[in-house]
Design a binder for this molecule. Sequence first.
Ligand code: RNT
Ligand code: ZN
Length: 418
Amino acid sequence: MSKTEKIYSCVREIYAEAGVDTEAALRQLDQIALSIHAWQGDDVHGFENTIHALTGGCQVTGNYPGCARNSEELRADLDEALKAIPGKHRVCLQAHEVDHLDKGVDRDGFTAANFDGWIAWAKERKLGLDIAPVYYSHPKLDHGLSLSHPDGEIRAFWVRHGQAVRRIGEAFGRELGTPCVCNQWAPDGFKDILADRLTPRIHLAESLDAIFADRIDEQYLLDAVESKLFGIGTESCTVGSHDFYLTYAAKRGKLICLDSGHFHPTESIGDKISSIAALQGRILLHVSRGVHWDSDHVIVLNDELSSIARETVRCCHRSNIHIGLDYFDASINRIVAWAVGARNMQKALLIALLEPFDRIAGAEKRWDFSSRLALMEEAKSMPWGAVYDYYCESRGVPVGDAFLAPIFSYEKNVLSRR
Ligand code: RNT
Ligand code: ZN
């Protein structure tokens, strides 16, 4: 018996005494696939011939060496990251993370063939793929507007891009046997106070309806729409606000994407999950960490993350919740960033799965809020870390910070030579 197993066998008993089955919790954790965001590896640059400037709220800071320069490097880096994350996961692409381009074909002409390396890679590893259109970092993002632009031709270009990416997503779903989540986020917004806030929103709604006009079977593709509050250069109005997209998603039966950096800094998305689960019930999470603003820092195991994970675990029986990661830090080793954030997401989920929920909810039902508070606080110091260590070991992943050494040797041998 390894040290990890020995500790786990005691800890399993401690949990059993509290009425919690750790084995059942780990089986549930095994079922939760995280959608790992590829863009952490290339600083949201993508692999089109021309590197367009990052525009419209996607700001990456830092210049740590080793940024992936093409899809092959990005896949190799993702392989390293996946070795540090127990369980079976998915990978989400931004649609400019292409394998290769066809001469003279812009984003409105992309097809699944431009992603064939990704499909082959995912097939081999039995991974699901998700995707998002890229309505930014392109000259046709004019005055900060894409899908809501007043010029119908500009809107039409971006609508064709959205349609093209949905078809690519459908191909991912067909080829890989698991529905691809295709998330629509457009940076459209305004720096200063607007005279007419209505027209851009009507344009956005019409563009989205045109993008979604193609009926695609949900066994291949699930559509999501993502709101935002503000960004650099869009301080006064984001066209696709939460009110806009929550209504849109409810009316059109789409997943609503909740990004934890896209609300007022004190507003938590944890509380939103049950509200949506009670009604519309289709959610995509973009788990991120804003520091003062939507800065997309690597997620840490803090109260915000715990509440997102807890609410996800409590609500997933009556809603369809997909967990996507969405942070990007170019100031540290990018593979470590992937691993730390994904492991934190799992730790937060595990803590929620190990909560003695029946006892806590029982106290609540009896109006015994004193016991509810005490039980919730005691649960925080239960030895869940030993359960996570055992999870890693039993799924063939290094325990504790041992995942760092292989990543740093990869940095030395591969990343530092780029
Ligand atoms: C930006 C949105 C969006 C992006 C990705 C890169 O604020 O959160 O999800 O992070 O498209
Ligand atoms: Zn996001």
